[in-house]
Design a protein around this ligand. Structure first.
Ligand SMILES: [Zn+2]
Length: 73
């Protein structure tokens, strides 16, 4: 379904934690066959899950980031 011209693997945005700017990992959950993003900082509990694709997880991470910036600006 994804447009072939947009290769999410080459895009750098959306890969940092909305709260602490630490790199966030997007991984696939083999149990539920969904994707999740998770902050790499163990002291930061930011996480999102249940996304149907790696790209959706990334987009959600960006939206989360935008919302967070708007609230705490
Ligand atoms: Zn974090």
């Amino acid at each position: 379904m994804d447009r072939p011209s947009l290769d999410a693997g080459d895009i750098r945005w959306g890969w940092t934690c909305p709260r602490c700017e630490t790199d966030a990992s997007v991984t696939r959950d083999p149990n539920s066959a969904t994707f999740r993003w998770e902050c790499d900082d163990e002291d930061c509990a930011a996480v999102g899950f249940g996304f149907t694709s790696r790209r959706r997880a990334r987009l959600a991470l960006k939206e989360y980031h935008d919302r967070y910036q708007n609230i705490y600006r």
